[in-house]
Design a protein around this ligand. Structure first.
Ligand code: SAT
Ligand code: MN
Length: 581
């Protein structure tokens, strides 16, 4: 929507939503502090121990409102074909008919907050702005950390355009601390109109509309139209002991250690890892034919459970202050606690439901989160908000695979690399839905986030093949197990060793060994100095399982059938090579 249309749009929304008042978000630290204090006064936020965790707050959601709801997330393109087989679809007119009664008068007695927000550095030619209308003060506090908000953004919007984002927690008239309406929850994207409507939830990706809704689902459509890529990827900068620096992208389905890699602590002397982004990358070809990536977000919305000084010390440092926690447990010294934090909590503990913890059930909700500005990260990359983005030297795709997929392999060309992305799959963990250990396909880790037909999305990726300076593409797998079911690779800091090989490959070092599915490292090419590995571990980690890959190819051929005629023939041909090797 054009900036000039803002006033008329807002007036029509106010008459639909009927709030008792309209409050603009202007941005800035002073306003953010006022918002937090008001949330405390309302009893929605609990201030944490000022000595242990300064300027940090705990929130508890309604127990029915704890995660993104994919089954109620819709892509409302004109035809179902455009949305493709991986999205829920409803015709735009039908969806509007469903939405209008839900939103009519929903904000009676409530305040409507108008949040102008920008995804990406405001000075960047690639920035995309939105205006989120919301009746959740919690959302206001989170958006201030996760995006750039306020008057500067509004000025930009007035001279350009914005994505209208209408959000209500629903439950008209409710005076609950965390109102929500799970029965009628709906998150609707209109790719042609470039609009987002979300009803019924105040949590995460359902409610912070800049993140998955705008920066991935709507942006993926913009990217296809405008010749760039909106991806569910981390961005890291790696510096070798000689001081050379390179940037890498990584795409991982959930529960595969994406945040740990984004905040990797190098375990090799002289190597340094810095963070540009932990979740989303917008990637564009530069004039030099290289790919450049920007992080459209300004903060982290990370899963708390499992985050510890052992697993992710940089994350622990990042959230040491100025952080909003949602659905974690509260210790008796007024600090936060969760499963896998690696410390003993001061008893008695209050669980995420606000009750005294029994010591047996989960004290923190498994999807409990921290929201924190990226500026709090001790190793935030100096170029994290560079307007042009950072040049990319390699793209990683990693799933959780107990066998077959080696520790790392490199594609011989762009097409094979795109197949790596399309073929991405992961074995389910207890945290995910469904049975443990089942293979779940998640192409490019974009299954719930691609705003159009995934077959066309693969073709869009292939269209970059003609660029002269493309990065190499890799598969990584930290999760291979031996016959006793033990992990063969230590993971975490040790992943630096794999990043080192990738870094050096991008400089033309190492020969590797060629196979039909890609280039694998020779055993001595991976630096394992100081690691304690089981006898024969590296051999197994870098083995080429030819028969396994033939099976993989057959399984993939079957999976890709759902994309019908939209599935690019170049990928069919590449996959045939895997099947017939
Ligand atoms: O809730 S979010 O969508 O922001 C995070 C996630 O579920 O991946
Ligand atoms: Mn994500």
């Amino acid at each position: 929507m054009k900036g000039q249309e803002l006033d008329a749009w807002l007036a029509s929304m106010v008459s639909l939503l009927q709030p008792k008042e309209v409050v603009w978000v202007h941005g800035g630290e002073e306003e953010h502090q006022k918002v937090l204090q008001a949330l405390v006064k309302e009893g929605v936020a609990t201030p944490l121990n000022e000595k242990l965790r300064p300027n940090s707050f705990l929130f508890r959601s309604d127990p029915r409102d704890v995660a993104r709801v994919e089954s109620r997330t819709y892509i409302c393109s004109d035809t179902q074909e455009e949305a493709g087989p991986t999205n829920h679809w409803m015709a735009p007119a039908e969806m509007k008919e469903k939405l209008l009664p839900l939103f009519k008068g929903v904000m009676q007695g409530r305040t409507l907050y108008v949040i102008p927000f920008a995804m990406g550095p405001l000075s960047s030619p690639f920035v995309k702005c939105g205006i989120q209308l919301s009746d959740s003060f919690y959302v206001v506090a989170n958006m201030a950390l996760m995006t750039h908000v306020g008057d500067k953004v509004l000025a930009k919007i007035k001279e350009s355009s914005f994505v209208p984002c209408v959000h209500s927690v629903g439950a008209k008239g409710s005076d609950a601390k965390w109102p929500c309406d799970p029965e009628h929850l709906v998150v609707a994207h209109f790719p042609r109109e470039r609009e987002i409507w979300s009803y019924g939830s105040g949590y995460g990706g359902n409610a912070l509309l800049g993140k998955k809704c705008l920066a991935l689902r709507i942006a993926s459509v913009l990217a296809k139209d405008e010749g760039w890529l909106a991806e569910h990827m981390l961005i890291v900068g790696i510096t070798n002991p000689e001081g050379e620096k390179k940037y890498f992208l990584g795409s991982f389905p959930s529960a595969c250690g994406k945040t740990n890699l984004a905040l990797l602590t190098a375990d090799l002397p002289g190597w340094k890892v810095e963070t540009v982004g932990d979740d989303i990358a917008w990637i564009r070809p530069g004039k030099d034919g290289r790919l450049y990536a920007v992080n459209p977000e300004a903060g982290f919305f990370g899963v708390a459970p499992g985050t510890s000084w052992q697993s992710n010390p940089k994350a622990m440092e990042t959230i040491a202050r100025d952080t909003l926690f949602t659905n974690v447990a509260l210790t008796s010294d007024n600090d936060v606690w969760w499963e896998g934090m690696g410390v003993v909590p001061k008893q008695p503990v209050i669980n995420w439901l606000g009750e005294t913890w029994d010591g047996k059930s989960k004290a923190a909700q498994p999807n409990s989160r921290f929201t924190v500005s990226i500026k709090r990260c001790p190793t935030v990359d100096p170029a994290w908000d560079s307007p042009e983005g950072v040049p990319i030297s390699g793209i990683l795709f990693g799933g959780r695979r107990s066998s077959r997929v080696p520790l790392v392999m490199e594609s011989q060309d762009w097409t094979q690399g795109v197949l790596y992305g399309a073929a991405l799959s992961s074995e389910t963990t207890a945290a995910a839905e469904g049975a443990v250990g089942q293979l779940r396909h998640d192409p490019f880790a974009m299954l719930p986030f691609c705003g159009y037909h995934m077959g066309d999305y693969f073709a869009h990726w292939l269209s970059f093949a003609k660029l002269p300076n493309l990065p190499k593409i890799y598969v990584v797998n930290w999760f291979q197990k031996d016959s006793e079911g033990d992990y063969l690779w230590p993971g975490f800091g040790a992943n630096t060793r794999v990043m080192k090989w990738i870094f050096e490959r991008s400089k033309g070092e190492h020969e590797g060994k060629k196979t039909a599915v890609g280039l694998l490292p020779q055993e001595e090419e991976i630096d394992v100095k100081g690691l304690s590995l089981k006898e024969g571990a590296m051999k197994q980690l870098l083995a080429f399982d030819k028969d396994g890959w033939k099976e993989e190819a057959a399984e993939l051929q079957n999976y890709f059938k759902r994309f019908g005629s939209h599935f690019p023939s170049a990928l069919t041909m590449e996959l045939d090579k895997w099947a017939k090797q």
